[in-house]
Write a protein that binds this ligand. Structure first.
Ligand SMILES: *[C@@H]1O[C@H](CO)[C@@H](O)[C@H](O)[C@H]1NC(C)=O
Ligand SMILES: *[C@@H]1O[C@H](CO)[C@@H](O)[C@H](O)[C@H]1NC(C)=O
Ligand SMILES: *[C@@H]1O[C@H](CO)[C@@H](O)[C@H](O)[C@H]1NC(C)=O
Ligand SMILES: *[C@@H]1O[C@H](CO)[C@@H](O)[C@H](O)[C@H]1NC(C)=O
Ligand SMILES: *[C@@H]1O[C@H](CO)[C@@H](O)[C@H](O)[C@H]1NC(C)=O
Ligand SMILES: *[C@@H]1O[C@H](CO)[C@@H](O)[C@H](O)[C@H]1NC(C)=O
Length: 620
């Protein structure tokens, strides 16, 4: 699978609904990698804009759009789940479940489910049941995730499994949907204004502007999501997962959840400890902190992740690292001075040859792009692959010299929200365009899960929050989830906030990385204490979730856990094959692999490539 093709400039950006590689993947990662970094998503703007002469705003929904299937799938109930062929060779269903489980005969939610079916014949006793996925966010689409990595994951774990992605309540193809704005153009116009606001620490009114914006946005949401918000919460989605499992005639969940998906997994395990078959939570969030709405301890290892990149720059030397200095501190100082200069004076970009690339490289853009880089700084496992950190520092070296175009190009590949164009008219009553604007669902889920804890926070509360956060990290101004919940008043019909303590029917596997910028390893250890016999796997890499690096060791553990129920020794440390900067040699042990190990490693690489972030550096 060639995932390394560059984004073509003549491709419109808004086609995220088509399975066309980079844009979809990038969108996915904006979800997984965020763990609710609203500020980040709001801040990531394309430095470059431009007319796209080759693609006037034609109707977006192509006749052969595989997404069109969702309006045709008949609703199924738990005892008569029926599948419709979809997305060339896979199966889709719309499972009806109670909107409010305390009112089983009341109104219903329709859960969109996508399945890469097991290759075994029906009834084969070797069948191992479904593995459910959640990509994080909150607000990420599980259908989207499974579309991208379902077949690769099936190669990793075996064809005896179904791989299932479902869109959680509020998200994507599932109803009810959380959509704040009347139409896409209105939402896009609002977000452009938000994006134009500076990072909270870089002007006197930056924090107060964002505060006021949240009040407006959540007042809008209060009116436009009244039918949906009360039925959106992680506890309800945990119940939906059990419904999906039961609809498959099974009793125990098999699951792999990333980032916020670890909240969903831990919530399920605590609510339904007897219905756990295999459960991996990867990039573990501290559930107590999450449900309190605190967001206070995510950034413990963020600066370590940056340090690992800068260490790698020093080790790589001046020919490979464009901002090379003799020590890590010196590289860091050089970076900081570039940032400080941009704070005073953004760089203009205009490509006078094409006339099509223009915009500003400013402080917010480069800081946000750096934060995003921390989620996935690792390069491929061989020298021909992409190295996002190398590309980032290279582009920053151009910024240092006053040339913003390479950096603009780099972030051009960071996805932007769909631009101003409306969807095609479709069937009455059916959404024509799946709302991939997951930020809105994300706000709803995170703010409702915290029981609207921040609805009435004052500016002073927030100032205190950011000051406290800034004591531990230079990235505090990227972490504005609490700010996004100002004025959010909806409360879910069901909420579960712990305790996260259970003797589960099968032990959980928790995975944490050495320097995960938003889900520190210590949270995996903390959450493990609540779940009897659970085991922590420590992957020795920088980046968010295990899939941000290639590791044969992790790949084998995940495979054996699902296939054979084998747990690694508690505290096992897995090294990784990927490196942050290119090395001259392919890791020697890759040559000496058995055929099975080689296949496992290739499957992991395929999955990891399908969720690769950021799109930094494709065209440099
Ligand atoms: C809207 O605001 C009212 C008044 O504060 C609150 O009671 C209600 O739960 C909110 N509903 C939603 C959907 O936000
Ligand atoms: C400007 O755009 C043209 C056409 O796309 C491209 O060939 C050229 O490399 C760009 N200029 C710079 C300085 O990148
Ligand atoms: C290196 O990566 C490229 C692109 O992903 C791939 O085509 C090639 O086979 C890889 N080489 C080795 C030795 O793994
Ligand atoms: C804002 O900047 C000041 C001065 O550099 C610093 O002391 C403070 O910690 C920063 N706050 C945040 C949230 O980054
Ligand atoms: C957990 O459940 C297992 C099996 O039911 C039982 O043997 C064990 O004693 C339980 N552990 C605790 C701490 O309750
Ligand atoms: C695994 O280690 C964690 C701490 O890292 C601990 O909380 C947990 O109880 C251990 N699990 C087992 C089965 O020993």
């Amino acid at each position: 699978m060639d995932t390394k093709t560059a984004h073509r400039d003549d491709e419109p950006f808004y086609e995220e609904r088509r399975p066309r590689g980079s844009t979809r993947k990038a969108l996915f990662w904006r979800v997984v990698l965020l763990v609710g970094s609203f500020a980040l998503a709001q801040a990531v703007v394309s430095a470059l804009s431009g007319r796209d002469a080759s693609a006037p705003h034609e109707c977006r929904v192509a006749p052969d759009d595989p997404e069109a299937i969702w309006s045709k799938i008949p609703p199924s109930s738990i005892d008569s789940l029926s599948w419709t062929p979809c997305y060339s060779g896979q199966e889709c269903a719309m499972l009806m479940v109670p909107l409010d489980y305390s009112k089983p005969s009341g109104r219903q939610a329709g859960i969109a489910i996508y399945k890469v079916p097991s290759k075994l014949a029906p009834g084969d006793e070797k069948y191992k049941g479904p593995i459910l996925l959640n990509p994080g966010g909150p607000g990420g689409s599980g259908v989207g995730l499974a579309i991208r990595l379902g077949t690769g994951l099936q190669k990793l774990v075996g064809e005896e499994f179904d791989i299932i992605g479902f869109d959680p309540r509020g998200v994507g193809r599932t109803t009810p949907q959380i959509v704040f704005f009347e139409d896409e153009a209105e939402g896009a116009a609002w977000r452009l204004r938000v994006e134009g606001d500076p990072l909270i620490n870089s002007s006197a009114d930056a924090l107060t502007r964002q505060y006021a914006r949240s009040q407006v946005q959540n007042a809008i949401a209060n009116r436009t999501t009244a039918h949906a918000s009360p039925y959106v919460s992680t506890a309800l989605v945990a119940r939906d997962m059990l419904s999906i499992v039961k609809a498959h005639g099974q009793d125990k969940l098999q699951y792999w959840g990333f980032s916020y998906g670890t909240i969903l997994g831990a919530t399920y395990a605590a609510m339904f400890p007897d219905n756990v078959g295999r459960l991996i939570i990867d990039g573990v969030v501290d559930a107590d902190d999450y449900y309190a709405g605190s967001w206070s301890n995510n950034l413990i290892d963020t600066d370590t992740a940056l340090r690992m990149i800068l260490d790698a720059c020093v080790a790589a030397g001046p020919t490979k690292c464009a901002l090379y200095e003799s020590t890590t501190d010196k590289v860091h100082a050089r970076l900081t001075s570039i940032f400080d200069n941009l704070k005073k004076q953004p760089l203009p970009i205009y490509n006078s040859t094409s006339g099509r690339e223009y915009g500003l490289v400013d402080y917010k853009l480069v800081r946000t792009a750096l934060f995003m880089l921390l989620y996935s700084p690792n390069g491929g496992t061989n020298i021909s692959a992409d190295y996002p950190a190398q590309n980032f520092l290279n582009a920053l070296a151009h910024v240092e010299k006053g040339d913003g175009l390479p950096f603009g190009r780099l972030t051009h590949l960071v996805p932007v929200e769909p631009p101003f164009s409306c969807s095609c008219p479709g069937e009455p009553g059916k959404p024509t365009v799946v709302p991939f604007l997951w930020l809105e669902a994300s706000t709803a889920i995170a703010c409702s899960d915290s029981d609207a804890a921040h609805a009435d926070d004052t500016i002073e509360d927030l100032e205190e929050f950011f000051e406290e956060l800034a004591k531990g990290t230079e990235f505090a101004d990227q972490w504005a989830v609490t700010l996004a919940c100002i004025g959010w008043r909806a409360r879910p019909v069901e909420r579960f906030a712990g305790p996260f303590v259970a003797n589960t029917s099968f032990p959980l596997l928790l995975i944490g990385n050495t320097a995960d910028p938003v889900t520190p390893l210590t949270h995996a250890r903390k959450m493990s204490r609540g779940f009897d016999n659970s085991v922590v796997l420590h992957q020795d890499s920088a980046g968010h979730c295990s899939l941000s690096a290639t590791s044969l060791c992790s790949a084998k553990i995940v495979r054996e856990y699902f296939r054979d129920g084998k747990l690694p020794k508690n505290g096992t440390v897995c090294s990784v094959e990927s490196t942050i900067f290119p090395t001259d040699a392919v890791a020697p042990r890759v040559h000496a692999l058995s055929a099975e190990d080689f296949a496992v490693l290739e499957a992991w690489k395929e999955i990891a490539a399908a969720v690769e972030i950021p799109k930094l550096g494709r065209v440099l």
